[in-house]
Design a protein around this ligand. Structure first.
Ligand code: BG6
Length: 536
């Protein structure tokens, strides 16, 4: 059955008021406003600051979620002044914020923006320290500090060490709280991730470290937890007895977008699977936490990651498919191949597509594989989790004895499929079989759909807004803990080792056209297991 055959039963048609829009007291909770504090952004003149951090902070200001006593100190290597920095940030916010710039709100927010030049040399943080002391006096930021490392990974350890040497990292140094936010990539493999964890721990204690994975800030990803653990009907069937397999897809139409040299070093496995997709797998597969405390939730996630069966490097090719895109057409536009992108080696063998299978060795999931897939330059942008249930054990509608008037044989009945759409078209659908009206017992798949935008009619905050807020509130639930990152690397490192030992065949690289669903091997890989990929 193709997607176009699937009928659509909207919530409203399923009966009365859509459940999703009924009011519950939980919806009336207002988010907490963080305590006073200063956020220092290292890498203040970079892209992340412009595109995500400042627009995110501004949106929090609009929503009244920043404390009165708040300051942002942009720390960079360029010698610019407060005014010049503010003007650049104003421009960034008007270009990238999801909300239109409102002059009065901007002025209030901008009054707390400062700039400080820094360097890695000893004493290189003098201006940052001075700015922090000044905002404590002028804006009442109370000695609370968050250091956002929006810098390339090579700078993580030197900066953490410098903060430590200058007495700015420890909470025991006096003053208020000290937190650090670190971006991905968090290491290149298990060994380097462990080294990085150890190095950061020389400056900061684990509870002070907030490792960002922006997928955890997405509304729809948090909703997976709500869907699983605030509804009674799914948990009893959320296991190997009822679920045949799970597919997690992060498909992008974009190429490497001017980040060719970064991607040459990274590739799809490190860029997307090790962090975003492993986090999704942990959330979809974890046991129910007993509460929503950071450590309880993260303990359950890490237990799932630990249960992933180790893949021996020698078996890496049996469990994975790599791909690289050639020139092709996406959304009707001709696009160059990966090797033609700026910053990419014309003979590069770097993967821009990965498909893989994980087995989870625990009672819930034994025998129910998780298939993961990501790729650049695929035909559509879609991040989704498809939970494919088992076929009915027996169909009374056809089969050995012909049903009078014709019927549907058992293997023609689509199994139930629960689709969690993370983006775009955020929502959830459940596919089930329905009787086609008429004199026969013909069955066709239909969908029961929940769409965020029709049920809630409000724009979801950007992932960074939520994560910045959580960090200011001191809640690390939506950040990756040390052991989560290491477990995800354990799985990915074995694959990387296997891939290095068995590089792709030059004749077969690139192996998929931009605008296709990846290499043919990815389909063959699924067919071997008697399954097929969903193509969103
Ligand atoms: C980033 C990757 O972490 O996630 C990018 O480095 C990728 O390569 C991006 O494009 C995808 O994020 P989103 O939120 O657009 O799905």
């Amino acid at each position: 059955m193709t997607a176009t055959d699937v009928g659509s039963l909207r919530e409203a048609e399923v009966g009365g008021t859509p459940l999703a829009t009924r009011h519950s007291p939980a919806q009336d909770q207002s988010p907490a406003v963080p305590p006073p504090g200063a956020l220092v952004i290292f890498g203040a003149t970079g892209d992340l600051t412009k595109r995500k951090l400042m627009p995110g902070l501004y949106a929090l200001a609009v929503d009244g979620l920043l404390p009165e006593s708040f300051a942002v100190i942009g720390a960079g290597r360029h010698p610019i002044g407060d005014e010049q920095f503010r003007a650049a940030m104003r421009d960034a916010v008007s270009r990238f914020a999801r909300l239109r710039l409102d002059e009065a709100t901007w002025d209030r927010f901008a009054a707390g923006i400062r700039y400080a030049q820094y360097s890695d040399a000893d004493g290189g943080l003098a201006a940052v320290r001075e700015a922090l002391e000044r905002v404590d006096r002028e804006r009442g930021t109370a000695g609370n500090r968050i250091y956002y490392f929006a810098i390339p990974p090579s700078g993580f350890v030197p900066l953490a060490e410098l903060l430590q040497r200058e007495g700015l990292s420890r909470e025991t140094d006096g003053g208020g709280f000290r937190r650090m936010v670190v971006e991905k990539p968090f290491g290149r493999n298990l060994a380097t991730a462990r080294e990085l964890n150890a190095a950061l721990h020389r400056a900061f204690e684990e509870p002070q470290i907030y490792r960002i994975d922006h997928y955890l800030g997405k509304e729809t990803v948090q909703n997976i937890l709500v869907f699983r653990f605030a509804n009674g009907i799914f948990e009893p069937i959320w296991n190997r007895r009822y679920i045949d397999h799970i597919q997690i897809t992060v498909a992008e139409t974009l190429g490497v977008e001017g980040r060719g040299s970064y991607y040459e070093e990274t590739g799809a496995l490190r860029d997307i699977i090790q962090n975003h997709v492993m986090q999704l797998a942990a959330i979809i597969g974890m046991e129910p936490p007993s509460n929503f405390e950071a450590e309880t939730v993260r303990d359950e996630k890490v237990k799932l990651l630990r249960a992933i069966r180790p893949i021996h490097p020698e078996d890496a090719l049996l469990h994975t498919v790599r791909g690289q895109y050639a020139a092709g057409s996406v959304d009707g536009e001709l696009v160059p191949g990966y090797r033609e992108e700026p910053g990419v080696d014309p003979e590069s063998l770097r993967e821009t597509f990965v498909a893989m299978k994980l087995d989870v060795d625990n009672w819930r999931w034994a025998g129910t594989p998780f298939y993961l897939r990501t790729g650049k330059r695929l035909p559509s942008r879609a991040t989704e989790i498809a939970v494919q249930f088992r076929h009915v054990p027996h169909s009374p509608f056809g089969g050995h004895r012909a049903t009078p008037g014709g019927g549907t044989p058992p293997d023609a009945i689509d199994p139930n499929l629960l689709l969690l759409r993370i983006q775009p078209d955020e929502g959830i659908s459940l596919r089930f079989g329905a009787k086609v009206p008429g004199q026969t017992m013909q069955i066709r798949s239909v969908n029961m759909d929940f769409f965020y935008n029709t049920s809630f009619q409000r724009v979801s905050p950007d992932a960074y807004e939520r994560l910045l807020l959580e960090c200011m509130l001191g809640d690390p639930t939506l950040f990756a803990r040390e052991d989560e990152v290491e477990e995800a690397w354990r799985v990915c490192t074995a694959i990387l080792d296997g891939w290095r030992a068995h590089p792709p065949d030059r004749v077969n690289c690139p192996n998929y056209e931009a605008g296709s669903w990846g290499p043919d091997e990815a389909d063959a890989f699924m067919r071997r297991d008697g399954r097929e990929w969903r193509h969103p």
